[in-house]
Design a protein around this ligand. Structure first.
Ligand SMILES: [Zn+2]
Ligand SMILES: [Zn+2]
Length: 143
């Protein structure tokens, strides 16, 4: 996965803005190393498919990943008050029957309705239907 090595022999920062944050930022050499940022691109991530970088919201880096693999249910959701400075909704993660929620690096649309649809898509990837996601989120409200 990504490392911080910067191969000066290849390029300057002026030629290619750094840091790279996603696979599509990178230009690979024959060894799977980005010629600009030096990130190694190997086997795709089992969750997000990223080879050098995980996509935002990739759950393999999240502390809930073990629980997810153990079959515990989690669900993405958004609430109108949780946005970044540009107004985009921040992806929140509920863990069934655990009070509270996790704030993630997943940014969703600024429109709440669209952001909720995007959550539905992410939940579908987790095998959680829209109806089930509501059950999961409601289970996290403090009793
Ligand atoms: Zn790169
Ligand atoms: Zn990943």
């Amino acid at each position: 996965m990504a490392n911080k090595t910067y191969p000066k022999r290849f390029a300057t920062q002026a030629e290619q803005p750094l840091p790279h944050t996603q696979d599509t930022d990178c230009t690979l050499d024959d060894h799977g190393l980005c010629v600009y940022c030096g990130a190694h691109h190997g086997e795709p991530c089992v969750h997000c498919g990223g080879k050098g970088f995980h996509t935002p919201g990739c759950l393999t880096r999240h502390e809930l990943w073990t629980a997810i693999q153990n079959g515990e249910r989690v669900a993405w959701f958004v609430i109108a008050t949780h946005r970044n400075p540009e107004g985009k909704h921040i992806g929140l993660l509920a863990h069934e029957n655990h009070p509270g929620f996790y704030i993630t690096d997943l940014l969703l649309d600024a429109d709440l309705g669209i952001a909720q649809l995007q959550c539905d898509e992410h939940n579908a990837h987790l095998g959680v239907t829209t109806g089930e996601s509501m059950v999961v989120v409601l289970s996290t409200f403090s009793k």
